[in-house]
Design a protein around this ligand. Structure first.
Ligand code: FAD
Length: 376
């Protein structure tokens, strides 16, 4: 039962043609495309947080599609077709995000990507070196160039320490995550999408003419519903292979004369760091404590934060004594397979979830795809 006033029910909490659950990059894009394709439809996003609260406002802002060691790891577990078609989707998704919002509104930088290898990563480096030509050949139709290049000569100019080898990928870039989400939210609102925060969806019930969405604060009738809750999807879509995975991050205080510039990967993409406003943003370490990090509870742990600090001091900023300004975490959606689940779950109920830690790259295209499906 709703406890809203006449005014609230008439102008804010009204039945909708489409309800999208979750105001992350996927939910917002889904809603934007629904309005683009059906301008007269009433589209409402129900978001449990005061701000979007999963990964879209917590991430590192890499406009990336996979480091070489990560691609090789994927090739060990999945067929070539699946791996390269996912890379193509990530690149197409990034183009769509840039087209939708404009490079200025996401502060896109063609900063280039690097993968670093320490002494402990020698085996991994040799595997990458041996596979470099064949992976570049397979990627050429997708990226239009030789993607990965040896870059040992650039280690010193990035100010790195204890890095033995480095690879360079000129196709990668960086975005400003906060700006992207602020402008995507503004675009959704300007398109006529209603965004209701503080509305956690608890249950979705099938009715004769659509669905009844039960939230912690009231019920809303919807013609069709899209679940875009990624790492939290299991709660509304039990039986789907989407598992929450926490990712922890830290950011340093500004560092005078910072040399580091670009999107850096280490250890099959588990660790990632970048320059940001004269600081270093560094995330990763999930591989150290996978059991504990398979959670949808936000928080940071001493184990992972100590690992990040040690790597930061030894490898990323060896000549500096960096001070940590902030630490946070975000929740990703993972599964056995790496592809996104975009489907009609049951009559009138749809989903776009499981972004495998690459939703900046995949979220926009997934939103557009599921919007078409919702209108079909
Ligand atoms: C630390 C970190 C670094 C990352 N770095 C990168 C990167 O550099 N590049 C990249 O491509 N990807 C990166 N990712 C992954 C990327 O951020 C995600 O894949 C992407 O943001 C997923 O977007 P989404 O909209 O699908 O989900 P989310 O952003 O998680 O949004 C889901 C929303 O649903 C809401 N919600 C959940 N349950 C309910 C409910 N029951 N009712 C109502 N609302 C609900 C949540 O509050 C949340 O706002 C990173 C992720 C993390 C955590």
């Amino acid at each position: 039962m709703n406890d809203f006033s006449y005014w609230e029910q008439k102008y804010f909490w009204t039945n909708s043609d489409f309800v999208v659950i979750g105001a992350g990059i996927t939910g917002l894009t889904t809603a934007v495309y629904l309005k683009k394709l059906r301008p007269d439809a009433r589209v409402t996003i129900l978001e449990k947080g005061v701000l979007p609260g999963g990964a879209s406002t917590k991430n590192a802002g890499f406009a990336c599609f996979g480091s070489l060691s990560e691609i090789l790891d994927d090739l060990n577990h999945n067929g070539e077709d699946a791996v390269y078609s996912l890379i193509e989707k990530r690149l197409r998704g990034l183009s769509l995000l840039r087209e939708l919002l404009g490079d200025k509104n996401i502060a896109y930088e063609s900063a280039g990507g690097y993968e670093v290898f320490t002494n402990a990563d020698e085996d991994s480096f040799q595997q990458c070196k041996n596979a470099l030509n064949s992976v570049n050949a397979a990627l050429r139709p997708i990226t239009g160039c030789d993607t990965f290049h040896p870059a040992d000569d650039k280690i010193a100019e990035q100010g790195l320490g204890n890095v033995k080898h480095m690879l360079y990928n000129g196709v990668e870039g960086l975005i400003n995550t906060g700006l992207m989400m602020k402008n995507l939210t503004a675009l959704a609102r300007a398109s006529g999408v209603e965004i209701l925060n503080g509305a956690e969806v608890l249950k979705i019930e099938k009715k004769a003419n659509g669905l009844l969405v039960h939230t912690a604060v009231g019920e809303m009738h919807a013609g069709r519903v899209c679940v875009a809750t990624n790492g939290f999807a299991a709660k509304l879509l039990p039986g789907h292979d989407v598992k929450p995975c926490r990712a922890q991050v830290l950011i340093t205080e500004p560092i005078p004369g910072l040399k580091l510039h670009g999107a850096f990967h280490h250890n099959k993409g588990y660790d990632y760091f970048r320059h940001l406003h004269g600081r270093v943003l560094f995330g990763g370490g999930r591989q150290l404590d996978k059991g504990a990090e398979d959670t949808d509870a936000f928080g940071t742990t001493d184990l992972i934060q100590s690992y990040l600090e040690e790597f930061l001091g030894n490898v990323i900023l060896p000549d500096v004594n960096p001070k940590i300004d902030m630490r946070w975490s975000g929740i990703m959606g993972m599964g056995k397979a790496k592809n996104v689940i975009i489907e009609e779950v049951s009559p009138d109920l749809f989903c776009a979830v499981r972004f495998g830690g690459m939703g900046v790259a995949l979220g926009t295209a997934a939103g557009r795809e599921v919007a078409s499906l919702l209108l079909s």
